[in-house]
Write a protein that binds this ligand. Sequence first.
Ligand SMILES: [Zn+2]
Length: 521
Amino acid sequence: MALRLHNTLTKKVEEFVSRDAGKAALYVCGLTVYDHAHLGHMRAAIVFDVLRRYLEWKGLQVTHVQNFTDVDDRIIQRAQNEGVPFDEVTEKYITEYRQALEALNVLPPHVEPRASRHIPDMIEMIARLVEQGYAYYAEGDVYFDVTKRPGYGKLSGRVLEDLRAGARVEPGEFKRHPADFALWKRAKPGEPNWESPWGRGRPGWHIECSAMSLKYLGMGFDIHGGGDDLIFPHHENEIAQSESYVGREPFARYWIHNAMVMVRGEKMSKSLHNYFAITDALRVYPADAIRYALVSVHYRKPIEVDEERFTDAARAVERLRTALTSVDAVIASTERGDGSGPASQQLDAAVQRSRRVFEAAMDDDLNTAGALAAIFDLVTEMNRFADEVQRGQIPAAQVLPGMSNARETLKEFTGILGIIMAPISIDEKTKESLLAFVASAGDELVPGPLRERILHEKERVVELMVEAREKARVKRNYAAADQIRNEFAKAGLILEDSPSGPRLRKVPPIGSNAPAGGGDG
Ligand SMILES: [Zn+2]
């Protein structure tokens, strides 16, 4: 089956055919690093992470480039306000953003170019655009002349005449047409600036992405992505200058845009002051619930985020995790099955069905909500047979190898959506309180070397604390073992000793009902 994607350029859902057979070149507009990233930024990162994972699953070798805009008015403003060098501001937010992406299971892009390190590439582009008559010099600035570009507006559907009426020329700008945009801006006092044929200055925002995408992916690369708030002017301008510079079309073959994250009907944004910084969201909600919530809605639909969205998502992930745990217990309880039982065959049939529905949904412009429904249909079957085994209605051997097949399929599909499925997932606040407990524990409670390891490998605090308790229990230090178990209980985690070893589970939320499936909304 072939993947079909909605292309903003043609306004149609089209079959995806890559420029180079077996490969896919993807450029995604990254963050302007002047402040905390919020859920809106995370949605974009996750949407294109799912696209990348799906292309890879389809057998394509993907090159994923995502830039950092680290030269920008807002960064300069912030650095001046705080009285620090501008790269101190950018470094701080780049680090924070990368940590958030890691927590949300977003694969790191293959190339993460920074605008500030590609100034010569931009100057080279601007110089050629001036030479060709597409751009002009005015009082230290260089502007792109939109009237020289037939087809300007083809991505956003804007018409130049309307833009003339709507646009405003700021004082100190010397544009010929109000829609002309700056390729180079003359240096103002106290700003970072670079030497150029037009005097000292810095590049405009749009030219940064053109220079970096062309450098790493070449003309006519496959997919250019970003939030739909970037269609105009950013992406329109990228197309105009890149196609003028190279002298042919297309700059990118498919333009994919994700819809916005909404809060009470309004777009989440810095300017509206209605945003959840991702660092705050991670303190309140488990990372896998945030990831699930953001993939549960089709990427071209706005997603409203509220308390309910994340608690529903947390329950859905819990349901997946519980299914996996009980299936593991069934598989562990028996020798290899012979596959002759009807149960095993029914599970195989469920896998076939789920596989068809999952792939058809993903091929249909990345319908992740439909893909989740296929996953939950499979989970229902897995749970049904696991229950029957646990109740003693059928021998465990009769559900194998169908049950193992279903288990692998579940892992495979949740992996494409990047749903984490860690043995247990906790929010940042819980993690911090467990780490504080370990830090203050004596050797009697958590032996020194293990304590060091936990404080070093913070992400594994839960798993390593379980190990600490096992050590205490084996040494018959029951006081210590109980104290660790109590610490888990305080965090809402129940530690049970099962025949296959210790197992953690979460105290279920009061009055919780399992969700019906991968709800879209
Ligand atoms: Zn961009």
